[in-house]
Design a protein around this ligand. Structure first.
Ligand code: ADP
Ligand code: MG
Ligand code: MG
Ligand code: MG
Length: 392
């Protein structure tokens, strides 16, 4: 590892870095393109002109471009992202991109090129089904969460993990944009004037705000396991046979149900954009995610949990029940913030017909509200179908 002082890369300096790292045979004719779509990071794709498969160089920027201004944002998130990818690779190597090189002072990660896959949000919007998506994400969730929790780690190792993955700047984004701003009249919010009556009713709903505040406290305080922190369908590359989870820059040690809830919430957002005959396959993905999560988490628990936990009758069931209840609440928060908050999703914003789009967003607000308020009565994924039917 080499110490360099920070400077944003250009396409040319990204090629120079690839050459310095000997990523390609000497004399290769290299081509580079910045392909990032975000406001926080640069993503360079570098390949030899004679082949498609190359390398990805992701670099964090020291600010985020939001609401016309720029927020300073710690470059430490590049260290968090590359460390999280490497930690995840210890338990689910097939489900994350390989990391080849990192430079924390340049805020750079060199990783596997996944351009042969498609971002799952884009594919799902386009009508693809990805038969293995939920199987793979269920396994990703079970293994990454279990093996970074106190159920598997000695207490001192767990405290070291908490220290290594302390991520205040990115947690603050979630605390504000997911759990706070959408529930108040805040200037980061963004919604159509046609939704104003629904949004004002939501802001006046004291029960909803109290339940959301309880979920926010879990996000602030519950250090269960190393979570991905941004597990929406835009952070997942997929094909019919492969699934790869990218972009864990929000990783920190947080509540077990958060990633599960964000993923389910994004599947529900996609369902809201679909005609009813296309919704069932998304509900089946939700069922499978939770089934596989429970099955794999339980298997790991039986095999690898510290004895104090396996000796306690009923403890695994208690952990799973709480994780599910929290996941349902977090899914509700995700659905609401993606509808009226700062960062929208193409699933809803891409509905071309305005009346249909507004209607889908009204349904999203009603569904998110129901999930947050009624999460203790929702104990199985099957029930989500009837909550969905009530709003649709
Ligand atoms: P951000 O944190 O800015 O959202 P992402 O890690 O999500 O950055 O990457 C942004 C985009 O760059 C992705 O949606 C994808 O199109 C492309 N990308 C990122 N990582 C890879 C990769 N390993 N292989 C191919 N494309 C990638
Ligand atoms: Mg992006
Ligand atoms: Mg991303
Ligand atoms: Mg990101």
């Amino acid at each position: 590892r080499q110490k360099s002082s920070y400077k944003p890369l250009s396409e040319n300096s990204a090629i120079a870095l690839a050459v310095r790292l000997n990523l390609f045979p000497a004399g290769s004719d290299l081509h580079c393109r910045e392909i990032g779509d975000g406001n926080l990071n640069l993503v360079f794709h570098i390949a030899d002109k004679s082949s498609d498969k190359g390398f990805i160089i992701k670099q964090a920027l020291p600010y985020a471009k939001v609401v016309g201004e720029s927020w300073p944002l710690s470059l430490d998130r590049a260290r968090i992202e590359s460390s999280a990818l490497q930690k995840q690779a210890e338990t689910v190597p097939a489900l994350v991109p390989r990391v080849y090189y990192t430079d924390d002072s340049l805020a750079v990660t060199v990783m596997e090129d996944l351009s042969h896959l498609k971002i799952s949000r884009t594919g799902l919007i386009g009508g693809e089904n990805y038969p293995l998506l939920s199987e793979h994400i269920g396994e990703f969730l079970a293994k990454t969460l279990f093996y970074s929790s106190d159920f598997a780690l000695e207490p001192s190792a767990k405290k070291e993990l908490v220290k290594k993955f302390t991520n205040p700047d990115l947690c603050k984004i979630t605390e504000d944009l997911v759990f706070t701003d959408p529930f108040f009249d805040h200037d980061t919010n963004d919604f159509e004037e046609e939704l104003r009556a629904d949004v004002e009713a939501l802001w006046a709903d004291t029960e909803l705000k109290l339940e959301t505040a309880k979920l926010k406290r879990k996000f602030l305080t519950e250090a269960d396991a190393l979570i991905h922190g941004d597990l929406h369908t835009g952070s997942i590359f997929a094909s019919d046979t492969e699934t790869k989870v990218i972009d864990p820059e929000f990783a920190y040690v947080g509540p077990l149900g958060f990633d599960i809830g964000q993923f389910i919430g994004n599947l529900l957002l996609n369902s809201l954009s679909k005609p009813s005959q296309e919704q069932e396959s998304l509900f089946q993905h939700i069922d499978t995610t939770w089934e596989v999560f429970q099955r794999e988490f339980s298997k790991s628990w039986e095999r690898d949990s510290l004895e104090v936990f396996t000796r306690t009758e009923g403890y695994l069931q208690h952990v799973l029940t709480k994780a599910f209840e929290d996941a349902v609440g977090f899914a509700g928060c995700e659905i609401i913030r993606r509808t009226i908050g700062l960062a929208h999703v193409a699933d809803l914003d891409g509905i071309a017909d305005k009346n249909r789009r507004i209607q889908a967003k009204q349904q999203a607000l009603a569904l998110g509200t129901a999930l947050i308020k009624e999460r203790t009565s929702i104990t199985q994924t099957k029930q989500l179908r009837s909550y969905f039917a009530q709003v649709a």
